[in-house]
Design a protein around this ligand. Sequence first.
Ligand code: KG4
Ligand code: ZN
Length: 450
Amino acid sequence: MFYLHPINIAKAILRNTFSVSCFSTSKSGIICRAESMLILSKTAGVFSKPPKSNIYGLLRSFSVCPGRLFCHKLVLGIETSCDDTAAAVVDEAGHVLGEAMYSQTEVHLKTGGIVPPVAQQLHRENIHRIVEETLSASRISPQDLSAIATTVKPGLALSLGVGLSFSLQLVNRFKKPFIPIHHMEAHALTIRLTNKVGFPFLVLLISGGHCLLALVRGVSDFLLLGKSLDIAPGDMLDKVARRLSLIKHPEYSTMSGGKAIEHLAKQGNRFHFTINPPMQNAKNCDFSFTGLQHVIDKLITCKEKEEGIEKGQILSSAADIAAAVQYTTARHLAMRTHRAILFCKQKDLLSPANAVLVVSGGVASNLYIRRALEIVADATQCTLLCPPPRLCTDNGIMIAWNGIERLRAGLGILHDVEDIRYEPKCPLGVDISKEVAEAAIKVPRLKMTI
Ligand code: KG4
Ligand code: ZN
């Protein structure tokens, strides 16, 4: 290890050339070194460059010690809303100091879906280790934290409870402010960690538990344009993957249902089966996936009879079915999002010159679905932005970043946690979906050649 004089570091920062390679890689694979941190802030451009004259001011906003450098405000984010135990430490410039995660996916795949008491038990068994690993990868102690941010809504009650009670123990022990986080708001704002995105922007949130279209006007200012009237796309894809018995397929046995469908669909022909997207005549921005799931279910039963195989065996047409369900899902999502963009433009809710569409949540890691949304964005002169796939699925970084956003905006920072409770159900923002339906915007048909 070598020593860098703080003045030289500051000068290098101002030139954006600072580079040190004496840092370690955490167990979870996040590189915790100053080089990668600075590149992140440089390319992401979340914050503008400081004026050249202010070297000493800049130095005061950094903590510098041999081999380490970060911005002063540090937030520990903790996520346990569903089946991932995750944590991360992020500083106010969006540098990830460290993260750790334990995914329960493989356990729940074996039981054919999430069993809440099992999820709770696994969170209990892992949360301590995950937070400890995060802090040690970050090379900070809890005393260095500015606040602790934790998902408290929406999610599985038993899972949320574990994260909240663990966090409150830390908060009380180290006398830190607490920032309660809305899981879907965190998914929506993750893009501001990786890209320079100002408000307002449109966001499509697609995950295992949610399907939402919202206009994001500020850190905690959301207008809800539409949502799923039944299940979420991730839930539907998980059910289809189970019905296709993909867990028995060696290549897909450890993947989430949605990811397995994406991979299998690459070998299929989407023209082999024609399935109409749901709700084509409803001129609103709501979604539905239950009907689609039943249609696929019937199709699989029919094919099983045709091929003379038992339920639970893998169909020879499984890849074609996966391709068809992925295509129909992509078209449904694209059509509703297209209407939302047109609505926002009609009502002057999005800047006509610089309209941004963000897609996030676990299902947004699907590259085929992203391509469909890119076609919509191109046709409406919008810029499509998606966080990298590993930041689309649940993670601790998005929770810590939401904590930073709230800290900077001075929103929802609690010093007294007496009354804090988790909320399994919680809407996102102000619901204006009726107004959207009343506008009854007709969406031109787009050619979806993906
Ligand atoms: O956001 P997330 O990690 O957890 C929730 O908050 O729900 O999303 C999980 C969902 C699961 O349903 C999973 O099957 C789906 O995201 N998913 C995908 C892909 N990767 C994960 N769906 C489609 N394509 C993928 N590549
Ligand atoms: Zn999520």
